[in-house]
Design a protein around this ligand. Structure first.
Ligand code: NI
Length: 178
């Protein structure tokens, strides 16, 4: 099954940019959220932030088994405790790391109808929110690792890139195009 977007992978500069506040919640944003959800389910993933499909705007979609949701202009108001979780990311494929972050957060933002929302989140949902909000600030889970672990991870990512075969050249009427 093809999904509407390709998820951007670490190395893509859009993943390192700070996304812009959303000023208009309109039909185009709702359509974008639908396409992002389709992309997220196809991967499959439980969360996807707009920069991961190349859109530098402050929102993400998610579903932890309670149905599709979106959060616009999210802000963490308060965080409490500590929780260790084996965290992965669609933009850093096939890797996961034990990362410690606050266990509970209070997050506010807007839904796709433009209503203010205020959510008390714990454990998995709290982790998802913190992870997706990082994407809006150009932060990846690699940035939460200690130096040695990060260096090892970057080496694995570089080696993987070297192993990726060159894209096949297309043949057009006897001409070979890169
Ligand atoms: Ni991610």
């Amino acid at each position: 099954m093809s999904s509407p977007y390709n998820v951007r992978i670490v190395g893509d500069p859009v993943l390192r940019a700070v996304a812009d506040e959303i000023t208009d919640i309109d039909g185009r944003l709702v359509k974008l959220a639908d396409d992002m959800l389709e992309t997220m389910y196809a991967e499959p993933g439980i969360g996807l932030a707009a920069p991961q499909i190349g859109v530098g705007r402050r929102f993400f979609v998610y579903d932890i088994g309670e149905g599709p949701q979106a959060l616009v202009n999210p802000v963490i108001q308060e965080s409490r405790g500590e929780w260790t979780f084996d965290e992965g990311c669609l933009s850093v494929p096939n890797m996961s790391f034990e990362i410690v972050r606050p266990k509970e957060i209070h997050i506010t933002g807007y839904d796709l109808d433009g209503n203010e929302v205020s959510i008390e989140a714990d454990e998995l949902l709290s982790r998802l929110f913190q992870h997706e909000l990082d994407h809006l600030d150009g932060v990846l889970l690699l940035d939460h690792l200690d130096d040695d672990t990060r260096k090892d991870a970057m080496k694995v990512l570089r080696d993987r890139e070297l192993e990726t075969p060159e894209p096949k050249k297309r043949k057009l009427g006897g001409l070979s195009l890169p």
